[in-house]
Design a protein around this ligand. Structure first.
Ligand SMILES: [Zn+2]
Length: 249
């Protein structure tokens, strides 16, 4: 078993590393969640894991759907049950980024209320992001940084942003001037989230030290809803969703 795990680890690591910096290879257009998934072919979820884990991670209707640089959402995917989240935001206009899928919206409002009771005041910055918005953003970053590869280090390619699931919300607080920056990770608000978000079904999706696995830089502000049961497992095991699915943890 140990040998098998090592092989899986090396495979996964190789796939991960090869696509972090500029590979020069353009991704094929997204047709469905599986198309860009070398991961799925080569790495099955670990033995002993519940069968539902293996099914849920590429099911776009599941709150457990896995979206990353190997698992894209179709360009046509729009969550079926988007709802405005009843939390304070850093902006006042009406916008798609106020929305999450219904279950996540309700749980995030609960999380914000629980935090407030402990004098932790959080603000929403950005939730749902449509495929079109991702495309527009990526084009802006590409022209600003000169190449798609450079843009991809900062911004997700269209279809690869978790925000399209309607299950991710960027959050912030006053002491970092309501911004999205690494220093949010040093605040008491982040410390509270790290210890409590799982109770409401959220995980810190891109933690420090896991950049080669998630293929994202540290983003302490990015919360992802996966449901309380899975979020609690990930919190207790101190692992990312990728590690939980593909590594023996
Ligand atoms: Zn985010």
């Amino acid at each position: 078993m140990r040998k098998r795990f090592l092989i899986l680890f090396v495979l996964f690591f190789t796939i991960g590393c090869s696509s972090v910096p500029s590979t020069g290879a353009a991704n094929p257009p997204a047709e469905n969640l599986r198309q860009n998934s070398n991961t799925e072919d080569n790495l099955m979820p670990n033995q002993g894991k519940e069968a539902e884990d293996a099914i849920a991670y590429h099911d776009t209707s599941s709150v457990r759907v896995l979206v990353n640089k190997q698992n894209e959402l179709p360009s046509s995917y729009v969550p079926p049950d988007l709802a405005e989240v009843n939390i304070p935001f850093t902006f006042s206009e009406k916008a798609e980024k106020r929305m999450l899928r219904q279950e996540a919206a309700l749980k995030l409002a609960e999380l914000f209320e629980a935090a407030k009771k402990e004098s932790i005041i959080l603000y929403g910055v950005s939730g749902y992001r449509s495929y079109k918005t991702q495309k527009d953003l990526f084009a802006i970053f590409t022209s600003r940084y000169g190449s798609e590869e450079k843009a991809n280090q900062i911004s997700a390619r269209p279809g690869q942003s978790e925000h399209q699931t309607g299950l991710a919300m960027d959050v912030t607080c006053r002491s970092v001037n309501f911004g999205l920056e690494e220093s949010f990770g040093d605040t008491k608000e982040y410390a509270w989230l790290k210890e409590n978000a799982h109770r409401y079904g959220f995980i810190i999706r891109y933690p420090k030290g896991k950049e080669l696995i998630t293929e994202y830089t540290y983003e302490p502000w990015h919360l992802r809803y996966v449901g309380p049961e899975l979020a609690t497992k990930l919190y207790e095991k101190k692992v990312t969703y990728e590690e939980y699915l593909f590594f023996k943890v």
